[in-house]
Design a protein around this ligand. Sequence first.
Ligand code: URA
Length: 433
Amino acid sequence: MNIIDIIAKKRDSKELETEEINYFIAEYTKNRIEDYQAAALIMAIYINGMTYRETKDLTMAMANSGDILDLSELGTNVVDKHSTGGVGDKVTIILAPLIASLDIPVAKMSGRGLGFTGGTADKIESIPGYNTEISEKEFINNVKNIGISLITQTLNLAPADKKIYALRDTIACTESIPLIASSIMSKKIASGANKIVLDVTCGFGAFMKNINDARELSKTMIEIGKLANRETVCVITNMNEPLGFAVGNSLEIIEAIEFLKGNMPEDLKQVVLELGAYMVKLAGKGENINENKEKLLGNIENGKAYNKFIELVQNQGGDIEYVRDINKFKKAEIIREVKSTNEGFVQEINAEEIGKLSCELGAGRKTKNDKIDLQVGIVLNKKIGDFVSKGEKLATIYANDIEKALETETKLLAIYKIGKDEIKEKTILDIIE
Ligand code: URA
């Protein structure tokens, strides 16, 4: 077999055989195919697409390119969740202890942020002492002992995806349904769960900018799930504006802690409950989605979810005093309020632009090895649909550099679109099972 013939075949819109896909992934993972040849093939896939069968083969080849975690000792139904990415997304930090508080095991591996979207692993590390880099054995033992562990991806899971994802980023090939579907599903399959709930984000701050593409991506991932024996449900959620109010690492952790104490921003609450209700269903702990939402809400109200979070943080070396008293989190040096120059209803707050601003303040990485500033970010005071008067606070900037703070203020005022009409946005856009 030879890579040039495989590239030519996909360039000419022909369907690749399973063996050809396996060959490409195995050889590329071992650095025996050059990046420029892989780039040519990825670009051909981006332009000409893939059938479900090809996408499933690509997914399985990537999943099998490294270790496959065996979580069977945790039970017959091990449920995982994943988001296709967004801004202000602190759902995992809330949902993981919430689900575990219902005695459903949670073995969660989360990524770090790259580009304008943040990463759960960075966010949780805002709690001093919290260790996301523990061994596989410790990870599984934690789940056995207290029902939950949340770590970052240190294990050798789907290494082919790591290489291809990095390559896609440099050749303008991120927004492709077969490439996104295989990237996400290969990691989920390698991380050992047999039931998967996916938050497919849609809008300005998401890879999928419109609902038709979000539905197509969802159907593709569900089909792959079926072929790979992983029951998968997709919840399509609105990512036009950031989720919740806070964007930035420790700011989001504070919002997540507050949520677990019962202070729930409406859009975040809807996303947490919808995803959570399907996780409970797939875990075999309740068929009725509305009843599942009630159970989840109940465990916020009675403090069980919050207590589970404390247990998680303590078990992984974090200082729980920060959870008990959020004022302990170190604040950025500059805290600057942004006041509206217009009056009317907020019509648009482009999530991608807010994510980029937060990144420029230092909350995100431009390259893999950049150090991030955990304190900086933006807290929105007004969201889409809210009425704002002239001079009223729109948002608060947390910065450690005055020039960056001033630049952010100017840009933020331009990002907030204010007009006469009251806009109503839906948070949950569709469920695909
Ligand atoms: N998240 C992933 O893990 N991969 C993609 O391709 C897009 C989002």
